[in-house]
Every structure is written in structure tokens, then in C-alpha cells.
Ligand binder design. Structure first.
Ligand SMILES: Cc1cc2nc3c(=O)[nH]c(=O)nc-3n(C[C@H](O)[C@H](O)[C@H](O)COP(=O)(O)OP(=O)(O)OC[C@H]3O[C@@H](n4cnc5c(N)ncnc54)[C@H](O)[C@@H]3O)c2cc1C
Length: 374
């Protein structure tokens, strides 16, 4: 085994896997160090919705750019990623939310993202099981669904095909120009990329990350109950809240015919156990929007920890005050979508190429207190 690499990536979640694939394809000698299994962290707990989100302009730019990259990748082997081109139907409960749907449509249109306002009659033609009395919605056909741990494994496979090495080990400390493994071995690299999700903080305690726990539940197989991923427009408020617990109606059709039901957000819960009260609240919300769900059988529920930054944007670029260390973490609830854009941005910075989208909003240095305070 080599002990010196051009790029050493800590973590084989979807973000580390995407970085490994990108950097190995660029011709770098890459190693990925993973302490558990590929795609087994928050990536395994996520919903796999490849979704354009417009909570802020940088979020819109990164999600839509990443979605284009997913479309290119998925075109090669869609079935292997368990891809479903289902689109998103944002559901407006009342006139106020319909106005929000209109504003969202205008923002999408300004950025070249196709979407269509849907009146109440068409809403029920598209999804007959939604509860009566809803106002309409916004259909975004380019959104889709994948199976995240599978996609992480495929990205790692691609990295391996380009010479990357996957090392099964825990990194216990960052060292100048390398890392210290739990077995005492040191690996060195020109660039160390920290892509450890919520666990990145154990190696770099200065990172401004908080865990936002989320629950999901999956049903038995009920093919064709819904056709689009259905999300209430109130989800956006829930997703961007910086405190408090919240739930939102968010239901995804799986290629297996199962339904994946989300979603919840709770701050600073570091354990993965299911909070029965929160799960019940989340399922009640789903049934409020789609009463027929009450008849279905849920076979499993689980949680995952979203790595959240204070401004809701990921950390992509050089770590402050840690020469040779680069960050690719803090993707909160959008890391499946934004992994591919993250990898492109990181590679451009590492290789000194021009960035495909403006890199500034995601640079970790925005949280460097010393720079910020002069
Ligand atoms: C309920 C829920 C639903 C979600 N739904 C979506 C969705 O629909 N769409 C979307 O885009 N995003 C979604 N997300 C967010 C998404 O899952 C995360 O943003 C993404 O998985 C983060 O990936 P990651 O690679 O950064 O972290 P992880 O997947 O956690 O991977 C980090 C890896 O690093 C390894 N690691 C950490 N420290 C070390 C160390 N010291 N040594 C060795 N290895 C180490 C870990 O073992 C792990 O495998 C959801 C999240 C949750 C919780």
C-alpha cells in the first residue's frame, strides 16, 4: 500500500465518494479512508431526492448545477442508481401557499429551471389521493429520486476504476500533510479532504456544524399510489428553520412500489434512536395531506443526522488555519443532491481551474472569526 497520495479523502459518504470519483478521474493518486461502510453514514439515512431548492441564491445555483451533473451521470446507468424520474409536486394548501408557488415558479424560470403551476383540478388529476380542499401546486419535472448508498458505491467504484484506493480505517487526527489512523499509522498527502459528514467535527472541532436529526419511515409495496414526490410548500420553512423541531409532509415513490415518508427536523440530537413522539407527529402530518396513507403498513422507521451550518450552505474549499486540509462537509439536508457539484467545485479549487459556478458562497473561510473580525 502507498502511504503518500495526491489527495486523501476522509469519509466515503456520498460527498467523499463524489470527490474521490472526480479527483481520480482528473488523474490524481487518491485514497479514501472510511471507518465503517461506503455510503453507510447519513447517506444511508437520506431520502435520495435530487431536488432544486431555492432557500437562497447560492442554494439554487448549487442544487440546479448539481442536478444537471446527476442527469449526465444517471443517463449512463439509471437502473443501477435505482433512479426514478418522478418530478416534485409542491403542494399548496391555501391561497397564501399558492402565491408562494407562483413566486417559486418565477425564481425557477429566471434560472432556466422548468416548472409549471398546477390548478386544484389538475392537482387531483395528478394525485387523486391528496385530501380535498387544497389550492394547487407547482410541478418541477426535472427533480428525481435515487438510492443514495447505491450511488455512493457506484461513485467509489468509478474512483477505483481510475486507480483510487479505499482504505478501511478510522482517522483519529489530522496531522501536518496527512492523517493519523487509529492503528498508529500515518498517511501523508498533498491535500487532505475532510468529508466526514457530521463526524467531521471530531477531527476539526472549530467547524460550525450542528446535527439536525431527521426521521423517515418506509411502507410495504403499494405500486402507483402516488406518481410524483409530494412535498408541502411549508417544507421550505421547516427545512430552513434555525431552531425548534418541525415536521412537513414529504412523500416519495420508490421504484419498488414502496413509499418513503418524511420528514422531521430536530436540532442537537446526537443519537440515532427513533423519537416515537416525533415519528408519530410526522406520520400524522402525512395523513393530514393524504388520508389514504393511514391504511398502509409502515415496515421500518429510522433517523439520520444532517450536518447543518449556520447559513444552511455547505463548506467547500480550504479549511482556515489548517494548511493542506480541504473541507467538503456541512451539506445538511441536500448532500445527496449537491455531492456532484461539491466535487466539481473542490476539484477546480484544488487543481487551480476556474470554478464552474461561483465558489465564494461555500468557502469555509466565511466562518473564520479571525478574518471576519479583522
Ligand atoms: C432524514 C434525511 C433525509 C434526507 N433526504 C435528502 C434528500 O432527499 N436529498 C438530499 O439531497 N439530501 C438529503 N439528506 C441529506 C443527505 O443525506 C446528507 O447531506 C448527506 O448524506 C451527507 O453526506 P456526507 O457524505 O457528507 O456524510 P455521510 O454520509 O455521513 O458520510 C460521512 C462518512 O465519513 C465517515 N467518517 C467520518 N469520520 C471519519 C473518520 N474519522 N475516519 C474514517 N471515516 C470517517 C463516516 O463513517 C461516513 O461514512 C437527508 C438527510 C436525512 C437525515
Amino acid at each position: 500500500m502507498r502511504t503518500h497520495y495526491d489527495a486523501l479523502i476522509i469519509g466515503a459518504g456520498i460527498v467523499g465518494a463524489a470527490c474521490a470519483s472526480e479527483l481520480a478521474q482528473a488523474g490524481l493518486h487518491v485514497a479514501v479512508v472510511e471507518q465503517e461502510i461506503v455510503g453507510g453514514g447519513t447517506t444511508a439515512a437520506g431520502m435520495g431526492h435530487i431536488v432544486v431548492m431555492d432557500g437562497s441564491l447560492p442554494e439554487l445555483v448549487l442544487t440546479s448545477y448539481s442536478q444537471q451533473l446527476w442527469a449526465e451521470l444517471l443517463a449512463e446507468r439509471p437502473a443501477d442508481h435505482e433512479h426514478l424520474a418522478c418530478g416534485t409536486l409542491w403542494v399548496a394548501a391555501d391561497a397564501e401557499e399558492l402565491a408562494e408557488a407562483q413566486a417559486k415558479q418565477a425564481r425557477y424560470s429566471a434560472h432556466g429551471i422548468a416548472s409549471r403551476l398546477v390548478a386544484a383540478a389538475e392537482l387531483y388529476a395528478l394525485e387523486p389521493l391528496l385530501r380535498p380542499g387544497l389550492a394547487g401546486g407547482l410541478l418541477v419535472p426535472s427533480d428525481s429520486v435515487i438510492y443514495p448508498p447505491r450511488s455512493a458505491a457506484l461513485l467509489i467504484e468509478r474512483a477505483r476504476n481510475h486507480g483510487a484506493q479505499v482504505i478501511s480505517a478510522a482517522v483519529c487526527a489530522l496531522r501536518p500533510s496527512g492523517v493519523l489512523l487509529a492503528d498508529g499509522q500515518t498517511l501523508t498527502a498533498e491535500a487532505v479532504i475532510l468529508a466526514g459528514g457530521i463526524r467531521s467535527q471530531a477531527l476539526a472541532p472549530e467547524l460550525p456544524l450542528r446535527a439536525k436529526q431527521g426521521h423517515l419511515a418506509i411502507t410495504e409495496r403499494y405500486p402507483h399510489i402516488i406518481r410524483q414526490q409530494l412535498v408541502e410548500l411549508g417544507y421550505i420553512k421547516s427545512a430552513h428553520a434555525s431552531s425548534g423541531d418541525s415536521v412537513a409532509f414529504n412523500v416519495q415513490p420508490r421504484p419498488t412500489g414502496q413509499l418513503l415518508i418524511g420528514s422531521s427536523r430536530q436540532f442537537d440530537r446526537s443519537e440515532r434512536s427513533v423519537d416515537q413522539a416525533m415519528l408519530a407527529q410526522m406520520l400524522r402530518r402525512a395523513v393530514e395531506y393524504m388520508p389514504a396513507l393511514a391504511q398502509l403498513t409502515v415496515i421500518r422507521a429510522w433517523t439520520g443526522l444532517r450536518p447543518a451550518t449556520p447559513d444552511g450552505l455547505p463548506l467547500i474549499g480550504p479549511a482556515w488555519q489548517r494548511p493542506g486540509v480541504w473541507l467538503a462537509t456541512g451539506h445538511e439536508g441536500l448532500g445527496i443532491t449537491t455531492a456532484l457539484g461539491t466535487a466539481k467545485l473542490l476539484a477546480a479549487q484544488l487543481l487551480g481551474h476556474s470554478a464552474p459556478i461561483p465558489a465564494a458562497p461555500y468557502l469555509p473561510a466565511r466562518f473564520d472569526k479571525e478574518t471576519a473580525h479583522g
